[in-house]
Write a protein that binds this ligand. Structure first.
Ligand code: SER
Length: 601
């Protein structure tokens, strides 16, 4: 069974059980600064799981594109992927444990659907703890359906509890389904959920029973819900008796494209095979990020940074395959691979075809930029070489390696490789030390930025800082809630404020915003600060920077009844001291981002 058949069968099955098919959502989450990407099918459905009625009804089915980058370093092994598709069925206050488990069982085992033999299946249920009792109800249903007790494992909260990671929101115990690949058990305790490789997870039924509040309290939900997730790539792997997701028809054309681009034949060398898999995964993920209606482009922050890392990692692994033995101008290695992904998945994801030009263009551009960086670094290395080879111990200092990294962006792995080709070893301890120091410095630097993008804390810049809060709120009132701060920069003379908005502002909008800010200044509002944990801050409605990493304890600045933001400060004590706010200029900053320059007079 291929991915397309699995996708259609799943949707067809749940439609036959009165589920309405809904559209999967963007990879870039809306109104959620806690995550950079949609990580599970339930993500876009959180408001409905919490009680909001869904326009399509109480039984829903969909497939959702997801990205998880937590395991990016593991990509290349047989099972890890950054991009994957998740199939899901949802009950919003309709069926609960019994209904969900019975449908899962039917879809998995019925010959009309997946036809997996019962003896290949094992399941886990929640073991219970001081907060929530053991899930005997789910275990009972599985037993009645014919799963023997020995293949029903009770597992702790780490394994069988689902909710938005560490955050507030809908959560509850889950029951996971595993496929037994037939390997010998690893020991007497080996059972479903064991990580020895015998049991592969294919599906997860989550029973949403609680809303975890900002105070850490589990409030029972008035309406219990079901959220399930089946990974398409993994399930296709299992159904076809493959050992690795990369051996399925999903990856076959992509790997063929990598072979074509590199001239390397997959299967000839284990190290290079790993690079092929990394390129395949990373190009697939980059294609989906660039092909999303809310696409980001490569940058040094947030989701754009993840994209840049994916692309650059793919380029580096391409070089390991010998792709670089061509003039740089001719190298457009990643985009032909991306074109294969577009062709393959434009049916279920028409946005890929619609955005084909952007996908290709951005990939070519970023690849080119990175290759130039690499060439510059190599050139510098060659200049150092005559001195380096004079060292009798054949050691290249970590300080020099760090300089290549710091000045030219040249990755340490490549310095290592170039050095090794000359019989040299890089002093990694010294490099690591310099690198760590640099990281600490840049962290201190970003701490500075976090403190409000202020060049110093003089009285004037403090006033401008408070003005950015007033401005953000005023922009949201006039233009709408899509407005969010994208950056700010303050000097003693002026402020600049970047924010998301798709069109130039009209003169009327500008004067409205100006008037609202000045009104708040005239009201002489008090500015107060409270320290609270991040979750409580968000729950209180405070604005936070999208994509920003915060400590668990944050400061929240409130300006009268007008504005509330997570922020490092400092701010004026009362707005009445700020003078008159005047917008000097409004212009484009980058795609979808506008920039305002303003002064306080
Ligand atoms: N939210 C659960 C998961 O991601 C089930 O969809 O596994």
């Amino acid at each position: 069974m291929n991915a397309q058949e699995l996708r259609s069968k799943y949707v067809e099955f749940f439609k036959s059980k009165e589920h309405a098919q809904i559209q999967g959502k963007s990879l870039i989450p809306e109104n959620d600064p806690t995550v950079l990407f949609t990580t599970a099918g339930m993500h876009p459905l959180v408001p409905y799981l919490l009680g909001e009625p869904h326009p399509a009804g109480n039984r829903l089915v969909d497939y959702q594109k997801c990205i998880r980058t937590g395991d990016i370093e593991s990509v290349g092994d047989p099972s890890h992927l950054t991009f994957f598709e998740m199939l899901g069925n949802w009950s919003l206050g309709d069926y609960f444990k019994e209904g969900a488990i019975k449908m899962s069982f039917e879809f998995l085992t019925s010959p009309q659907w997946l036809g997996i033999p019962i003896e290949k299946l094992g399941v886990t249920v929640f073991r219970g703890d001081e907060i929530v009792p053991q899930d005997d109800e789910s275990a009972k249903v599985w037993k009645e359906l014919g799963i023997p007790a020995i293949r029903i494992a009770y597992r702790p909260r780490e394994d069988n509890w689902w909710g938005p990671a560490g955050a507030t929101g809908p959560c509850g115990p889950d029951s996971e389904m595993f496929f037994d690949i037939g390997k010998e058990p690893c020991g007497p305790d080996c059972g479903p959920g064991c990580s020895c490789g015998k049991w592969l997870e294919i599906w997860n039924d989550v029973f949403m029973q609680y809303n975890k509040t900002a105070d850490g309290v589990y409030e029972p939900l008035a309406r219990t819900c079901v959220d399930t997730g089946m990974g398409i790539e993994r399930t296709v792997t299992i159904l076809n008796g493959k050992k690795s997701v990369y051996d399925t028809e999903i990856f076959a054309p992509i790997i063929a494209a990598v072979e074509k681009a590199s001239g390397y034949t997959y299967g000839s060398d284990p190290e290079k095979d790993k690079s092929v898999r990394i390129i395949s995964d990373h190009v697939r993920a980059s294609t989906f990020i660039l092909g999303d209606p809310k696409a980001v482009t490569p940058s040094n922050v947030g989701a754009g940074y993840v994209l840049r890392r994916l692309i650059r990692r793919a380029v580096r692994h391409g070089r390991k395959l010998g792709i670089e033995d061509q003039p740089v101008e001719n190298l457009k290695v990643l985009s032909p691979i991306a074109a294969v992904v577009v062709d393959q998945l434009k049916g279920p994801y028409p946005e890929l075809e619609e955005n084909r030009a952007r996908i290709i263009g951005e990939l070519d551009n970023e690849e080119q930029k990175f290759l130039e960086t690499l060439q510059k670094g190599e050139h510098e290395f060659e200049k150092l070489l005559p001195n380096l080879i004079k060292d009798p111990r054949k050691i290249m200092s970590g300080r020099l390696a760090f300089k290549l990294y710091d000045t030219y962006g040249f990755p340490i792995e490549l310095t290592d490789e170039l050095a090794a080709e000359q019989g040299l070893t890089v002093n990694r301890a010294e490099f690591d030390e310099a690198f760590k120091k640099h990281q600490e410095l840049s962290r201190a630097g970003s701490e500075q930025i976090f403190k409000g993008g202020l060049s110093d804390h003089s009285e004037t810049t403090t006033k401008y800082h408070t003005a950015t809060h007033l401005l953000q709120r005023a922009l949201r009132l006039v233009l709408g809630d899509h407005v969010a701060q994208k950056g700010s920069n303050i000097t003693a003379e002026r402020m600049r404020f970047d924010f998301s908005h798709g069109a130039p502002m009209t003169p009327e909008e500008l004067s409205k915003v100006e008037a609202i800010v000045n009104e708040q200044i005239q009201r002489d509002l008090a500015v107060t600060m409270a320290v609270m944990d991040l979750e409580a801050a968000k729950a209180s409605g405070a604005m936070a920077l999208f994509g920003e990493k915060y400590e668990s304890q944050v400061k929240v600045y409130t300006i009268g009844d007008f504005s509330k933001e997570v922020c490092g400060g400092p701010h004026v004590e009362r707005t009445g001291t700020m003078g008159t706010f005047r917008i000097q200029k409004e212009q484009s900053s980058s795609s979808g981002v506008r920039r305002i320059r303003a002064v306080l007079e």
